[in-house]
Design a protein around this ligand. Structure first.
Ligand code: ZN
Length: 557
């Protein structure tokens, strides 16, 4: 709302404000606050079952000063003013909008970031002239509408709203709507059905052999889909706020995979595609699933997912809708990425939208917060001490470079100081073939294996691999994380940002903002040094190097 008030021409705001006073309009906007009694918590799926109240207590004790946490816990902590206001439009659709609208509303409101009003159009066949929502009262408009054309006045108001900086989210069959409304088609980029054809614009598809998107202007209908099957959402841009930190690919539950969409595709950026498999009646193409479009000053997020209640129960739909809606409204995403142990490319994760709770949106540590302390000065290794092996550590250009030594056991460059509860971050780049890691809360004592460094280690290795999982170094215990599905969060031959939070017995890790581990480890020491590992190597291999920079810690005690 603020964005529009600043950016839209004054006469448009005045005009839409006037309309908001009509009784018709007020009646049609239903402000429904969902009540979520405590009993709902019993319905959480297994991956979310942990002592929520304990977790909440700890969470607030430790992180109450974090800006990120405030943003993600709008319901509990922030005033309504900080919520993103959403206008969700329904009333006509060839899909069951009466069932799906409340689920979309729950998906948005459940995460604590949004407050949703629903506006319902007159039914099909009735006079549409009375349908005139005050778009400018909202940060973002979400459409679950696929029906008769709106009045020219409403269309113009909507165009001015988005062009003036308003957010717009197009969900599934909303991209079937308005085939003849030029500006709407420019907002959604591509659409389907309603007589769409080559006259509407090109098909836009990812070509795996070319590794890029192509535009195909050849004649043909716009809009198709095969049978409803589960499919993998493949992220094509992992550095957009909507997708940053999500896994590179993840499964959506049975849904319609829209294919052969076509349209102007101006200022359109495809974030993710899905393969429309011929064996289930699909096009055989990698079709756009998630898109952004710039329309004037406005941001549009377009998801083709979400055909029905079952599709909306997919965490893949929910997470991308929440993130896309926040981005359309603000240009940023503060919602933490969904735990990659939940959003996998194996079985599709399902979630009853009414059970989504704000406190599950565990915030990634805020690297801009107060209290971060550099523990490597960029010039020399003062404050650090080498233990165990004979690998070499040197400082070059502000970087700690560890180099393997044949015949050496694992080596560790350890802080002289010990730390208890903290957030830790560093950037790292490791040669392929070298295993590395960073010890946290680790110990070296003469009465334990002759000073063998031992304790939790955050794994570092090239992708695909196990970077970010937690290993119990030097204890014989093996992995502390219970499963280590192979991931590609680590980016080979680049600097990689690792973030660790250790608080009480909980250890969380992120690699390039993808959440990797979130474990309870009551067995390990909760105090000790930080240690940079250079692993031993096999005979006649190496030498290998591993580099760290920007090593910082933020004590939480
Ligand atoms: Zn559908």
């Amino acid at each position: 709302m603020m964005i529009l008030a600043l950016a839209a021409p004054a006469q448009d705001i005045a005009a839409t404000r006037d309309m908001s006073t009509t009784g018709d309009n007020a009646d049609r906007i239903r402000r429904r606050k969902l009540s979520r009694p405590c009993g709902d918590r019993l319905r959480l799926p297994i991956q979310f079952v942990y002592p929520l109240i304990e977790a909440m207590k700890k969470f607030f004790q430790i992180f109450v000063s974090s800006v990120v946490v405030f943003a993600c816990c709008g319901v509990s902590l922030a005033s309504d003013d900080s919520s993103i206001s959403v206008l969700l439009i329904d009333g006509q659709n060839n899909h069951n909008w009466k069932e799906t609208t409340p689920l979309i509303q729950q998906t948005l409101e459940g995460c604590g970031r949004f407050q949703v009003d629903v506006v319902t159009s007159p039914p099909a066949g009735e006079e549409m002239g009375t349908f005139d929502p005050t778009f400018s009262d909202y940060d973002v408009v979400v459409s679950n509408y696929n029906g008769q054309p709106w009045s020219e006045k409403t269309q113009k108001a909507f165009e001015a709203y988005v062009a003036g900086g308003g957010g717009f989210v197009c969900v599934h069959a909303a991209d079937n709507a308005f085939p003849d409304w030029n500006a709407y088609n420019r907002m959604i980029g591509v659409g389907g059905w309603g007589g769409r054809s080559e006259k509407s614009g090109p098909y836009v598809r990812w070509k795996e052999d070319l590794k890029r998107f192509t535009r195909d202007a050849s004649p043909g209908r716009g809009g198709a889909h095969g049978k409803r099957v589960p499919f993998i959402v493949v992220v094509r841009d992992r550095d957009h706020p909507v997708t940053r930190g999500l896994p590179g690919s993840f499964m959506q539950t049975n849904d319609e995979l829209y294919a052969q969409l076509r349209g102007p595709a101006e200022n359109m950026h495809v974030l993710a595609t899905g393969f429309s498999a011929p064996e289930s009646g699909g096009s055989g193409e990698h079709e756009p699933l998630l898109m952004t479009v710039q329309f004037g000053e406005g941001r549009v997020f377009h998801t083709t997912l979400g055909h029905d209640a079952h599709a909306i129960s997919g965490v893949a739909f929910q997470a991308t809708l929440q993130r896309g809606t926040e981005w359309a409204a603000t240009g940023e995403v503060t919602l933490p990425p969904v735990d990659s142990n939940v959003l996998t490319s194996g079985e599709a994760a399902l979630r009853d939208p009414s059970s989504i709770m704000p406190d599950e949106f565990t915030a990634i540590p805020n690297l801009q917060a107060d209290g971060w302390v550099t523990i490597f000065n960029g010039k020399d290794l003062s404050g650090w001490k080498q233990k165990n092996g004979t690998a070499t550590y040197r400082v070059a250009d502000g970087v700690v470079v560890g180099k393997t030594a044949e015949g050496s056991p694992n080596s560790f460059l350890c802080t002289e100081k010990e730390y208890t509860n903290f957030e830790l971050t560093f950037e790292v780049m490791v040669d392929a073939g070298l295993n590395s890691g960073v010890q946290i809360r680790s110990l070296s004592r003469s009465d334990y294996k002759n000073g063998r460094v031992h304790g939790p280690q955050i794994e570092i290795e090239t992708a695909p691999g196990e970077s970010g999982y937690v290993y119990s170094e030097g204890t014989g215990r093996g992995w502390i994380t219970t499963e280590q599905p192979i991931k590609d969060a680590y980016l080979n031959d680049q600097w990689n940002r690792f973030i660790v939070r250790a608080a009480g017995d909980r250890i969380q890790t992120w690699v390039n903002v993808e959440a990797i581990a979130d474990i309870r480890d009551p067995e390990s020491s909760q105090q000790g040094f930080i240690g940079l590992q250079v692993h031993s190597i096999q005979k006649d291999t190496g030498p290998f190097e591993v580099r760290w920079r920007d090593v910082r810690i933020r004590p939480l005690d």
